[in-house]
Design a protein around this ligand. Structure first.
Ligand code: ADQ
Length: 472
């Protein structure tokens, strides 16, 4: 078997420091063990697209990156990936821009990536492609002659067919997935939505072992929930950096309880609804006023996409409104922060919070939910309030699971979290830690690559639970 080659839209620089998100860290871990190559965009928009990748080697990993042209940045990245596919796959067809120009450039960029990648890889390399930006990449790599194994993992939800079929050209896009050897999804429900699409929209079939067939094409599919390294994250929370931030946070709270939210600033994360729920909590329970604080960390993301400017303004208004309504000279209900923190700092902050509020309207998995649990003090853990529409809700059954659209239910769950006794908090936390320690980021990598290279006996989908899909 050759090298592992990871392909993702964005490749962080080799020296990326602490603020990298869970995904970047996970992919780096996937390469760290045996080395390999990480291929993708370097994050820069240049007047002209680069016609040759820049390759830098560090710690046994080759980072091969390309510039996007200004136009590609606008139409492929901001356009088709983030104004078309992202909203549709998160059930926001109302926000989606359907533009033939965006679609054309998206396919062109995938072709260009495939051409450059094809020149860098060997036939026995294992290629693992990530996420919605690069759906057609496998098919393009095949067109440029690569015959080796290629896998694809979708980090975001796969929407039900009634939603996906609103996307012009949806069937052409999904058919391209059949060029891969293996497609991985975060949860069984995303996987089920894919199978349903294959059967009803493409007239294909799916075997009980997860092989999807359309005409003469076939692809294996499975469920591979992404995880974290919970023991490592727990160590970060009590590292010197983690403790320092935790201490500063506690000092500033003056004995008040903290509710924390940490998200990319994205309309899929349910932030306005979350703030409304916190406001309703204060409205209903006067005794909590002056006694609890909410910290919402929302790091700016995709700021060249208009919908992201709008959500940012909406949140500023919402925070101003709550603080205007309830703040006193010595207490502010909502602290709203627009910046990214390092891993230790973030872990330390999560550990201080009595409640972790993770209420996306849709989310492939949501790693913050897992990080919050891992960061807790085992003797006195906080409570996770988690949206039923986050993939993580399929695994973290010790959380208080809520409908993020039901503001009253979320407010009640926060209050219940404050009132929960230590015994119940410990029992719920311990249950979630069992799942976090089983489905780690390492297992995610090993299961996916094991299935892709054919070393695994069965796909996790069938190995863990009997498949409930009917063979057609
Ligand atoms: P995201 O939508 O980015 O990921 P998430 O899974 O929560 O969402 O990952 C975000 C990561 O960034 C976490 O590791 C978090 O700690 C970090 N992060 C967020 N805000 C931060 C801040 N202000 N400072 C520092 N770090 C911050 C996509 C999908 C998810 C899926 C992941 C991985 O949308 O559903 O879980 O990929 O597959």
């Amino acid at each position: 078997v050759g090298r592992l080659v990871i392909v993702s839209n964005r490749v962080p620089p080799p020296d990326t420091t602490a603020s990298a998100g869970g995904l970047a860290i996970g992919l780096k871990l996937a390469l760290a063990r045996e080395g390999g190559m990480w291929f993708g965009w370097n994050g820069k928009a240049a007047p002209e697209a680069s016609n040759k990748p820049t390759v830098v080697t560090s710690d046994g990993i080759s980072y091969a990156t390309l510039d996007l042209s200004r136009r590609e940045y606008e139409e492929y990245y901001c356009g088709y990936a983030n104004r078309t596919l992202w909203p549709v796959f998160h059930y926001r067809v109302d926000l989606a821009a359907f533009d033939d120009g965006f679609r054309r450039i998206y396919h062109q960029v995938n072709d260009r990536f495939a051409r450059h990648l094809g020149a860098l890889i060997e036939p026995d390399d294992i290629v693992w492609v990530h996420d919605y930006h690069l759906i057609p990449l496998g098919e393009r790599l095949r067109a440029h002659g690569h015959q080796g194994r290629i896998g694809f993992f979708l980090h975001i939800p796969f929407p039900v067919r009634e939603i996906l079929s609103a996307l012009p050209g949806h069937d052409g896009l999904v058919r391209k997935l059949f060029a891969y050897d293996l497609i991985g999804f975060q949860t069984e429900s995303h996987h089920r939505a894919f199978c349903d699409y294959v059967i009803r929209e493409l007239g294909g079939s799916v075997s009980s072992a997860g092989t999807a067939r359309v005409g003469t094409h076939q692809v294996r599919t499975g469920v591979f929930p992404i995880g974290i390294d919970p023991d490592h994250f727990a160590r970060l929370a009590v590292s010197s950096g983690g403790r320092k931030l935790a201490r500063r946070m506690k000092d500033s709270l003056h004995g008040r309880d903290l509710v924390v939210g940490v998200d990319r600033l994205d309309y899929s994360k349910g932030l306005p609804q979350r703030l409304q729920a916190f406001e309703l909590l204060l409205e209903r329970h006067a005794a909590l006023r002056g006694r609890v604080s909410m910290l919402q960390i929302a790091s700016p993301s995709r700021s060249d996409v208009p919908e992201y400017t709008e959500i940012r303004q909406e949140l500023e208004r919402a925070c101003g409104h709550i603080n205007g309504r309830y703040a006193d000279f010595d207490w502010v209900p909502v602290r709203y922060v627009n910046k990214a923190y390092g891993r230790e700092a973030l872990a330390g902050l999560l550990r201080v919070a009595r409640i972790g509020l993770v209420t996306p309207l849709y989310d492939g998995m949501n790693l913050v939910a897992k990080e919050y649990v891992a960061a807790q003090d085992p003797d006195d853990p906080g409570v996770l309030v988690l949206s039923k529409f986050a993939g993580a809700a399929h695994q973290l059954d010790g959380a208080l699971i809520v409908n993020p659209h039901d503001i009253g239910e979320v407010a009640d769950a926060i209050r219940r979290g404050f009132e929960m006794d230590t015994g119940e908090r410990r029992a719920r936390w311990a249950r979630m830690m069992v799942s976090l320690r089983r489905d780690t980021i390492h297992r995610w990598r090993d299961d996916f690559l094991g299935a892709l290279t054919g070393e695994a006996v069965a796909l996790p989908l069938t190995a863990r639970r009997p498949a409930r899909l009917r063979a057609v």
